[in-house]
Design a protein. Structure first.
Length: 480
């Protein structure tokens, strides 16, 4: 049976990884064979598989068969996966698959958007050779066109054909979590870990089974130590995932460590509060209480991870923190971007009251705001969007030809503005991209009847009040 062949490959692939004690797949995306040879030799026995592109053998001056044989020998018999992203009609797919499998590849990565018959043709040949097929469900790169309906249909094909597994991004946890929930029995191999911003622990929590890692290992001063570190992180994350089975799941957007800090510093509190909008709320989010190095480090890292994960690094020039609470947020974000990712960005902030002397632009804005700057504004919370609109006006009044193009908030309350509109959509109408670290629904679902430091913060009463509040003021659908 076709299904049994792919299932057997899946089991064989997983058992081999367990025997070696590793879930690492090396993406050997390197022009230099010498460097690949060195890294694979040094990490012998530490790689579950090695992934290469069809062009690599030619770049390395080798045949496909020689490449497979050498990589297997150097690595201690790791699986060799060809990232061919096959995407042709059925007959062409079958021809390509036969050629590659005859040259020794253990598995092939293919697209699914060309439809079930084309994928089935490849799977049929794979079954003949007792090899595996992994279908690309979504990509980790910015700007991909894998919309939710497309991903759903590709997963339907993968499930119907019972392929060995799918490729899903390791730096887009919410998307990967949804893919895992739909394709439960299929293995998930994930790129995007490391250089593309993906965190091993969060990716495993989202459901990945193997991490595809390239630059983090290939460019490491010590590939062995880097591999050991990643393997240890993956093992610990797998252990946590196993222990959490049967327990309530954690929404993909929730950073548990960040939530702990917010609660500890009382930046997130529960009770009765009157908001700036005049609404009565059962919870209050106040970043002004984040007054320690540890708490600002957690917040800055969360913003930096969000910026990298969403592919926004090249979309802005300077980070702005609106006075007053946004100022430390901007400062810790640029620091985290530099510390964690080596990304250098400027930051600015505005004045509550205009300075009555000096440069015109310095009267309202502190820092180097330049003509042509694309501004990423960071803030603690978005409720009605009023603070963001005020910041936009101050930039205009400064006389500098700059504009806010991105708004990143720590917490999205998912509420309508005073006119009943979704503030996120209103900002997006002005061409502004809006992203958040967390949103209210995910956070409240996570905290509902969950103990933190021996205390339940969101009991049934508070949760019911929140649901009622959202029925009155909540937007129907908010940002990712």
């Amino acid at each position: 049976m076709e299904e049994n062949t792919q299932i057997e490959f899946r089991k064989r692939f997983l058992e081999s990884a367990k025997k070696k004690g590793t879930r690492l797949i090396l993406a050997a995306d390197e022009i230099s064979w010498r460097n690949v040879e060195r890294v694979v030799r040094e990490t012998r026995g530490m790689l579950a598989a090695i992934k290469i592109h069809p062009e690599h053998p030619q770049l390395w001056g080798l045949t496909h068969k020689d490449t497979v044989d050498r990589l297997k020998k150097l690595s201690g018999d790791a699986f060799i996966i060809l990232d061919a992203k096959v995407a042709d009609i059925d007959k062409s797919n079958a021809m390509k698959a036969r050629y590659y499998f005859e040259n020794g590849y253990d598995a092939i990565i293919c697209h699914g958007f060309q439809g079930k018959p084309a994928v089935k043709a490849l799977v049929d040949v794979a079954n003949e050779f007792k090899r595996g097929v992994f279908v690309l469900a979504a990509m980790s790169s910015e700007g991909h066109l894998f919309t939710p309906p497309v991903v759903d249909r590709i997963l339907d094909i993968a499930e119907e054909l019972q392929v060995a597994g799918v490729i899903a991004p390791g730096n887009q946890y919410e998307l990967t979590s949804k893919i895992k929930s739909k394709a439960k029995d299929l293995l998930i191999l994930s790129p995007g870990i490391g250089a593309q911003g993906g965190d091993v622990v969060q990716a495993v929590a989202a459901g990945i089974d193997f991490a595809i890692v390239g630059r983090a290992i290939l460019n490491a001063e010590n590939p062995v130590e880097e591999s050991k570190k990643l393997i240890a992180q993956f093992d610990e994350a797998l252990k946590q995932r196993k222990e959490s089975k049967g327990k309530r799941s954690v929404p993909a957007q929730i950073d548990e460590r960040l939530v702990e800090v917010l609660v500890e510093k009382q930046a997130l509190r529960f009770g009765e509060f009157t908001l700036k909008s005049g609404r009565k709320s059962m919870y209050f989010f106040n970043s002004g209480n984040l007054d320690s190095g540890r708490s600002l480090y957690a917040v800055g890292t969360a913003f930096a991870d969000l910026i990298v994960r969403k592919g926004l690094v090249d979309k802005f020039d300077v980070i702005m923190g609106p006075a007053y609470k946004g100022i430390p947020l901007a400062a810790c974000t640029v620091q985290a971007l530099y510390d964690k990712y080596g990304i250098e960005k400027r930051f600015i902030f505005d004045r509550k009251e205009a300075k009555l002397y000096g440069d015109v632009k310095d009267k309202l804005i502190v820092g180097n705001l330049l003509d042509g700057d694309r501004v990423l504004l960071v803030d603690d919370v978005i409720t009605t969007g009023g603070t963001k609109l005020e910041a936009m006006e101050k930039i205009k009044e400064s006389g500098v030809s700059a504009a806010i193009t991105i708004i990143a908030v720590l917490f999205n309350r998912q509420e309508t503005d005073l006119n009943g509109n979704d503030p996120v959509k209103e900002l997006e109408k002005q061409g502004i991209t809006v992203v958040s670290v967390m949103n209210a629904s995910d956070l409240m679902d996570y905290l509902h009847n969950r103990e933190m430091n021996g205390k339940v913060l969101v009991n049934d009463t508070i949760y019911a009040l929140f649901k009622k509040y959202m029925e009155e003021y909540g937007v129907k659908k908010s940002m990712a």
